[in-house]
Design a protein around this ligand. Structure first.
Ligand code: NAD
Ligand code: LMR
Length: 329
């Protein structure tokens, strides 16, 4: 085992996603069995006691890869020297809260955390945002961390990507391992566009295999886009283990590289590719290698896809303008 641990920060660590995520990071799911990990866990003050209980459980697992755990409610202390920051903690929508209220409440969290990361994170830090509204929270953190390269920030659409793979596998009677080149475009919200026109099933074009535009439009796209709401309806609370698993998949592939013959979906800063306005944190098909990502170029976009891609971009523009008006970016 290498001697100096990587430092991984997780915010909202006492929450539902944290309860699944921490144990997987601690057991080597991101960095593998040979790299010790130091967990740096941020919570709000009232949740620290519950977090102490989670730390007792982490201790009780005796994970060989867990080098240590630090907890606290001060972002500058917790983010000090971190190599990976997973920003999961966010303010959920409460009764009577409008979308603008939610953006404002989360804006306060992500401006402060962006500033703290800017000040104290390690030079090689990568920041993944899971807390909703994830794309716009990532934008706020990024804009408040001017010394961190902008491409170090991403928001999670890997859960949507995994959901899309699973739905397509079920429809085509194939295994998830036969599916490649899935793409989620846009926002992690109901406007996202899961794209079957470039996906493949056993090497064949997925839309051709399915051969049913009505199913794609009226079943596949809404099922994937509204899966989060369906889980809330069924479980009484939002997806947690699957969200943690996707957070792990995204971090692992970002740091260690996507499969050579495939790509993944990540919400990253747009460089204008596919006509998406520059600067938006928009989910694209990307390949990753050694902590860098690059947007897959040259995909043909038909009229149906164009409309969906523009609609989800329009929602992100609205969110960006709202947080701009609030002075958060
Ligand atoms: P949760 O309410 O169980 O936990 C959130 C935790 O964040 C709480 O313990 C809370 O105390 C903490 N927190 C709040 N403000 C904080 C701050 N300023 N600093 C540190 N911690 C803070 O929620 P959860 O189920 O774990 O979900 C977390 C977030 O992830 C939510 O915003 C949820 O909507 C989002 N989510 C995103 C995806 C995705 O695919 N992107 C999927 C599922 C859930
Ligand atoms: C999810 O996709 O499961 C979450 O983002 C839950 C939600 O609030 O929609």
């Amino acid at each position: 085992m290498s001697s100096s641990p990587v430092k991984v920060a997780v915010t909202g660590a006492a929450g539902q996603i944290g309860y699944s995520l921490l144990f997987r990071i601690a057991s080597g799911a991101v960095y593998g069995p040979d790299t010790p990990v130091q967990l740096q866990l941020l919570e709000i003050t009232p949740a620290l006691k519950a977090l102490e209980g989670v730390v007792m459980e982490l201790d009780d697992c005796a994970f060989p890869t867990l080098a240590g755990v630090e907890i606290g409610d001060d972002a500058e202390k917790i983010f000090d020297g971190v190599n990976l920051a997973l920003l999961v903690g966010a303010r959920p929508r409460g009764p009577g809260m409008e979308r603008g209220d939610l953006l404002e409440a989360n804006g306060a969290i992500f401006t402060a955390q962006g500033k703290a990361l800017n000040k104290v994170a390690a030079d090689d830090v990568r920041i993944g945002v899971t807390g909703n509204p994830a794309n716009t929270n990532a934008l706020i953190a990024q804009r408040n961390a001017p010394d961190i390269p902008a491409d170090r920030f991403s928001a999670l659409t890997r859960l949507d990507h995994n959901r899309a793979i699973s739905q397509l596998a079920a429809r085509t009677g194939s295994s998830v391992t036969e599916i490649a080149h899935m793409t989620i475009w846009g926002n992690h919200s109901a406007t996202q566009y899961p794209d079957l026109f470039h996906a493949t099933v056993g090497g064949r074009n997925a839309a051709e295999v399915v051969d049913d535009q009505a199913w794609i439009e009226n079943d596949f796209v809404p099922t994937v886009a509204k899966r989060g709401a369906a889980i809330i309806e069924a479980r009484g609370s939002s997806s947690a283990a699957s969200a943690a698993s996707a957070t792990i998949d995204a971090a692992r592939d970002w740091l260690h590289g996507s499969a050579a013959d495939d790509w993944v979906s990540m919400a990253v800063q747009s460089d204008g590719s596919y006509g998406i306005p520059e600067g938006l944190i928009y989910s694209f098909p990307v390949t990753t290698s050694g902590g860098d990502w690059s947007i897959v170029q040259g995909l043909d976009i038909d009229e149906f896809s164009r409309g969906r891609m523009d609609a989800t971009a329009a929602e992100l523009i609205e969110e960006r303008d709202a947080v701009q008006a609030l002075g958060l970016i």
